[in-house]
Design a binder for this molecule. Structure first.
Ligand code: URA
Length: 214
């Protein structure tokens, strides 16, 4: 599994304000949106393209266009929705699917409660949006779900990750033999998870901060 931590001063600057508890919801939403666009630039480095011939006003030339089938962007409900606009700003022709995941608090297993995705994902590059890679349970379940539907390769875009969650995802995909098809792009890998499953120092509950729940 490939892990890419976006090492850029603008990413670090926006992330610092995002973490600040004094940042209000409208500012948090705007910064998350901008940060996703910067992360999307990194995450789409290997997006598939095909040659294209065009005419400029001056001459004929060749370039590239996004290849078919179109990439699929999959926000994980609820907090992943806050990342969607920032992602499709860079990939406006991508298809968008939705995955609702919930964690059973007794077994800590994540399961799917809602899906709106093409039945067959054969050959598709998928970009999963989940702001916080904390315990890793949700992302493991989401990645397995997409791979079972035939997804070709999957890049998870997370604002923040905990080392524990990265390790859980890495172990799961290596055990499944799918490690070479899964990547994570994040703005930072923080110190650890606390006993409540929050990322430390983190930014708190991403869904609550995006949607203004107190
Ligand atoms: N989910 C969040 O929103 N925040 C965390 O710190 C961990 C999981």
């Amino acid at each position: 599994m490939r892990l890419h931590v976006a090492d850029h001063p603008l990413v670090a600057h926006k992330l610092t304000t995002l973490r600040d508890e004094a940042t209000d919801s409208p500012t948090f939403r705007r910064l998350a949106d901008e940060l996703v666009t910067l992360l999307a630039y990194e995450a789409t480095r290997d997006v598939r393209v095909e040659p294209a011939s065009i005419r400029t006003p001056v001459a004929s030339t060749t370039g590239v266009r996004l290849a078919a089938p179109k990439p699929l962007v999959v926000p994980i409900l609820r907090a992943g929705l806050g990342m969607l606009d920032g992602m499709v700003r860079l990939l406006p022709t991508a298809e968008v699917g939705f995955l609702g995941m919930i964690r059973d608090e007794s077994t800590l297993q994540a399961s799917t409660y809602a899906t709106r995705l093409p039945e067959d994902l054969s050959g598709r590059q998928c970009f999963v949006l989940d702001p916080m890679l904390a315990t890793g349970g949700t992302l493991v379940a989401a990645v397995r779900f997409l791979l079972e539907r035939g997804a070709d390769d999957i890049t998870a875009i997370c604002l923040l990750a905990a080392p524990e969650g990265v390790q859980v995802l890495r172990d799961a995909v290596e055990a499944d033999g799918t490690g070479s098809r899964v990547s994570v792009v994040t703005a930072a890998v923080d110190e650890r998870l606390n006993e409540l499953g929050y990322i430390v120092p983190g930014l708190g509950d991403a869904g609550d901060r995006l949607y203004g729940v107190v």
